[in-house]
Write a protein that binds this ligand. Structure first.
Ligand code: GLU
Length: 434
């Protein structure tokens, strides 16, 4: 039988980081089995709909590379279908009307048992604990219980992959499947993700919408990789895995029962690892796409593609997020802003005198400047003015950028060009003299 999985978010907000794991596991199982991965939007709770949420979910899944098969399925388009099944249950005597809503009459005797692929275990309930429940609300929309059973039966979903918060509703679903005479799918209930303080994951743990992580400069690959490991350890314990490797290795039988903990610092670390191992040309494209995304689709004047191409290899070891690129490099195309505190931190006396000599040395040096000569000249000048070579290069850095941290100095100067470099050192001198 063909494996069909689905991701079934409720459009009550932008796709949350926790939802990525559910979507990813469903995607992996479908791909691993050459099956189908569907997107079903559960929009039957009309009061909780948030405008733009569906668009965000679709766009974010696309960005993550979790491409779904077929069209987006909207439960609100299927209202009639649920009503027909509610009617059928009414006719069967398995349901009754109460104040405009349709209620399912639970069977109170015996036990309900289902098999769960997570933990390879049987989950059992005493039916006596189950109260009657609403399947169709007075507004004519189904509750989650009826919509889930009808849709996953008609869509032939197997396995049903969803969060463990649904386990308590399982007896309701099993009873509905049984009463409608349908086969019960296999379930895989994923352990609930917690924050470091072991409470349910929330904003205060740094968990937010995926689009916010995207704005912060996280890579889709790093997010997928990190989220995959929240509840799953691959057999060989590897930590860095591509989507294709995950497809090969993922198995619901290896998903833990214990609750994983979301740690935003670890996600940042992993993002940095991804940036470092990305080839320069690809990283350049990612940075440009990221800046365009931040600008709402417009291509900014700066950095140009050429500037990003030159700067990418210089900064890739120093950044953890794509957003770190700009503060580190924008002195190149922005006017540089000097700050007395940054000069004072150098701890160098006679700054004016030394800057004067630096300007003279730069102006005398044969153009185009060449790395080795440049270094030799300034080591010599450092000796002459009695400061260390390290201080000399740091002073140059501050003079040309206004910052104490930049990409490697000589490479940065090459991007700036001789003329601009001299202009900036002169500007630094006037700033200090003013
Ligand atoms: N709409 C439900 C939720 O967002 C989906 C549960 C399921 O996958 O069946 O929690």
């Amino acid at each position: 039988m063909e494996v069909k999985t689905r991701f079934a978010p409720s459009p009550t907000g932008n796709l949350h980081i926790g939802g990525v794991r559910t979507a990813l596991y469903a995607y992996l199982i479908a791909k691993k089995n050459k099956g189908v991965f569907a997107l079903r939007i559960e929009d039957t709770d009309r009061g909780r709909l948030v405008p733009g949420a569906v668009e965000d979910i679709v766009e974010t899944l696309k960005w993550l590379g979790l491409n779904f098969d077929g069209e987006v399925i909207l439960q609100s388009d299927r209202k009639k279908i649920y009503q027909e099944y509610a009617q059928k249950l009414l006719e069967q005597g398995a349901a009754y009307k109460g104040e405009g809503a349709v209620w399912f009459k639970t069977v109170k005797e015996g036990k309900t048992a289902t098999f769960d692929l997570v933990g390879n275990r049987q989950i059992e309930f005493d039916n006596s604990t189950q109260d009657d429940f609403v399947i169709l609300k007075s507004d004519g929309f189904p509750t989650y219980h009826l919509a889930h059973v009808v849709d996953d039966h008609l869509m032939q979903t197997n396995p049903v992959i969803r969060g463990a918060e649904w386990i308590s509703s399982l007896p309701k679903h099993v009873m509905l499947f049984n009463t409608l005479g349908w086969e019960i799918p296999n379930y895989a209930h994923l352990p609930v993700i917690l924050g470091p303080d072991k409470s349910k994951l929330s904003k205060r743990h740094g968990a937010k919408a995926v689009s916010e992580f995207r704005q912060d400069g996280f890579l889709a690959e790093a997010i997928l990789n990190y989220m995959a490991l929240l509840g799953w350890t691959p057999k060989n314990n590897r930590e860095i895995l591509s989507l294709n490797e995950m497809i090969k290795m993922f198995d619901l039988a290896d998903v833990h029962l214990s609750n994983p903990v979301f740690d935003v610092t670890k996600l940042e670390w992993m993002n940095g690892e991804y940036i470092r191992k990305t080839q320069n040309s690809k990283l350049k494209t990612q940075i440009l796409e990221y800046l365009k995304y931040l600008a709402g689709g417009a291509i900014p004047d700066h950095p140009t593609e050429g500037e990003v191409a030159k700067l990418t290899p210089l900064v890739k070891d120093r950044i953890k997020k794509l957003s770190d690129f700009i503060p580190l490099t924008d002195f190149i195309w922005e006017k540089c802003e000097y700050d007395m505190a940054v000069f004072e931190k150098l701890g160098i006396k006679n700054l004016g005198e030394i800057l004067d000599k630096i300007i003279y040395t730069l102006e005398e040096m044969k153009q185009p400047w060449e790395g080795e000569t440049f270094e030799k000249k300034f080591r010599g000048l450092a000796d002459e003015v009695k400061i260390s070579a390290k201080d000399m290069f740091q002073l140059l850095r501050v003079a040309v950028s206004g910052q104490s941290v930049t990409p490697p100095l000589f490479e940065s100067i090459q991007i700036l060009g001789e003329e601009e470099t001299i202009k900036r050192v002169k500007a630094a001198l006037s700033f200090l003299m003013a």
